[in-house]
Write a protein that binds this ligand. Structure first.
Ligand code: ASP
Length: 346
């Protein structure tokens, strides 16, 4: 007799778990039992499903590093018991959670699929059913030798499976809410699920799973705009205990050449604050030195985020600063693609 597939569902909250509060029409969480009633198809999947609901279920705006750690440790605890893992999560910060988990799990051999929905599960036209049922199928998909087809942390939404640390929520209205601008999908779900093998990352053979969850949130994002004020820049860079700054630059990594701006960055870099250059564009990569407006950044020691998403670079910094003692090591790993999060231009 062949063994039944098994999937652990971690139920964290989000729209997928919400219904309207009759008192004021606001969306509020429902419990897992109600979700099962609303989705009887879960029982028909033929998959052994175990669920762990979080208490309380939260809107993903409430998710922070403690929640990432909780998700990671639960998966680690049950790693050997299940073929794969599905994390039901609000869409607003799903890309951050997926990115953080992708760094926390080293040598992953099983799928961790995050999904949610744009419409609450209780609504007639909800996208929750398709998203959840397909995510479960993806989480237990195996190849001819019994290994997981997609041993990655992924986001499944509408009909595409993406590498989690390449995703961004791009739409607050449409069912197709996510996009992976700089990396192709890992699979597409239509009549059949089509996997794009060459896009999928596989761990080195026989490498042991390592889960590391320490983070440090002493980082800031500075999105520049034409005419940005010196006081604002100095205030952000003067944040007590600041360890790293994500500088959201223009185009291929360009910034204004005002004297005070360069000086402020240089002073921060001298104090040991890491500065990472992330383009405000969704598609394409930072290429410092392409224009003279980014040449001084190289001299200051600013590090390129290449084509990373903001979600990936923020969580990578949090992870690296939490797990590494030495600044040199953090710098080295920032320039390294550690979980498929960026494409390095030589
Ligand atoms: N505000 C919700 C959340 O992120 C939105 C959603 O789930 O789609 O939890």
């Amino acid at each position: 007799m062949t063994k039944k597939n098994s999937v652990l569902l971690l139920f964290t909250g989000g729209t997928i778990s919400m219904a309207e509060d009759p008192a004021n029409g606001a969306l509020r969480p429902i419990n897992f039992e109600r979700l099962q009633k609303l989705l009887p198809e879960l029982k028909q999947t033929g998959v052994n499903l175990k669920s762990i609901p979080f208490h309380p279920l939260v809107d993903s705006s409430e998710v922070d590093a403690d929640m990432w750690e909780k998700i990671a440790r639960l998966i680690e605890k049950h790693y050997d018991e299940f073929d794969g893992f599905v994390v039901l999560h609000g869409t607003d910060t799903m890309a951050y959670t997926a990115s953080a988990l992708s760094f926390m799990f080293e040598n992953l051999t099983k799928p961790i699929i995050l999904t949610g929905s744009q419409l609450p599960i209780g609504m007639l036209r909800s996208d929750a059913k398709e998203n959840l049922l397909t995510a479960i199928e993806l989480a237990c998909a195996k190849n001819e030798v019994g290994a997981a087809v997609v041993p990655e942390v992924c986001v499944f939404f509408e009909d595409e499976l993406y590498r989690g640390n390449r995703t961004t929520k791009k739409n607050a209205e449409h069912f197709s809410a996510f996009r992976s601008y700089n990396y192709p999908p890992l699979a597409k779900a239509g009549v059949h699920i089509k996997y794009f093998q060459s896009n999928i990352r596989y761990p080195a053979k026989s490498a042991k799973l390592r889960v590391r969850t320490k983070t440090d949130n002493n980082i800031a994002i500075l999105k520049i705009f034409p005419g940005i004020n010196e006081n604002t820049v100095r205030a952000v860079l003067g944040t007590p205990n600041l360890k790293a700054l994500v500088l959201e630059s223009f185009g291929s990594g360009n910034v204004p050449q005002k004297l005070w701006f360069g000086k402020a960055l240089k002073a921060a870099a001298r104090k040991g604050i890491l500065i990472v250059n992330k383009t405000q564009c969704s598609t394409g990569s930072v290429e410092m030195g392409r224009y003279s407006t980014s040449l001084n950044l190289i001299d200051i020691g600013v590090i390129s985020a290449y084509d990373c998403t903001t979600e990936a670079i923020v969580t990578k910094l949090m992870y690296l600063l939490g797990e590494n003692q030495s600044l040199a090591e953090v710098k080295k790993l920032l320039k390294t693609d550690i979980a498929g999060e960026m494409t390095i231009i030589e």
